[in-house]
Design a protein around this ligand. Structure first.
Ligand SMILES: CC(C)(COP(=O)(O)OP(=O)(O)OC[C@H]1O[C@@H](n2cnc3c(N)ncnc32)[C@H](O)[C@@H]1OP(=O)(O)O)[C@@H](O)C(=O)NCCC(=O)NCCS
Length: 187
């Protein structure tokens, strides 16, 4: 008799072998989620080999100031990921930032974004107590609802330097422990 319970999607720290899966989700997420929000040629230029080179480099470096987590669906492989770091790309001062968070459209609204942010919040809280910031395209309504839903406070507006200065919205949490707490599941 098979007594194994089917396993649902779960979160774990990324390992170097995840680079290709992350690169694929990265490109697919941009091309799914940013249609109409970023210029189409920018989306068409997204390249798995280029993202793979980037992610291979990131995941092969052992660093104590950067964290990457993946969401895995046992039936589909990597379906989401999030990356955070200490004091990099900060606009508000010392602390933590979350430059990347992506869940495939096939897997949104199942709690994976929340779990990825919770994992990052916990890792950052073990490291220190600085504020956490995240930037979203101002036109990205689902992401903004998500960040507000897990306790992020709308804190600033800016423009993106890479893509025709599109407007951005900045959210922040007072510290990583607050992010971990507010993104914890309700059960
Ligand atoms: C933003 C994103 C990461 C959210 O991930 P997710 O797994 O769908 O989010 P969760 O299921 O954990 O949602 C947690 C809560 O956030 C809020 N939320 C999430 N998506 C929302 C939406 N589209 N509209 C309104 N509220 C939303 C809800 O309160 C939700 O709780 P509920 O489902 O119990 O109501 C995901 O939509 C995504 O990857 N989008 C495309 C890429 C992107 O925009 N990334 C962010 C870059 S800044």
């Amino acid at each position: 008799m098979n007594t194994q319970t089917p396993i649902g999607p779960f979160i774990r720290p990324a390992i170097p072998d995840d680079a290709e899966g992350i690169a694929r989700v990265h490109v697919r997420s941009w091309q799914e989620a940013y249609v109409g929000l970023l210029p189409q040629p920018v989306l068409d230029r997204q390249s798995v080999p280029a993202r793979l080179r980037w992610w291979s480099g990131v995941l092969q470096q052992v660093r104590d100031d950067r964290w990457t987590f993946v969401a895995i669906d046992p039936a589909a492989g990597i379906v989401g990921f999030a990356g955070g770091d200490r004091a990099r790309r900060r606009m508000f001062g010392p602390g933590y930032s979350v430059p990347v968070l992506y869940v495939l459209q096939s897997h949104v609204r199942r709690g994976l974004g929340r779990k990825l942010m919770h994992a990052l919040g916990q890792a950052m809280a073990r490291d220190g107590s600085g504020e956490v910031e995240v930037w979203s395209l101002a036109s990205n309504a689902p992401a903004r609802a998500f960040y507000a839903g897990i306790g992020g406070k709308l804190a600033a507006a800016s423009t993106d330097r890479d893509h025709n200065r599109v407007p951005l919205a900045g959210y922040r949490w007072r510290n990583a422990a607050e992010l971990a707490e507010k993104s914890a599941g309700r059960t």
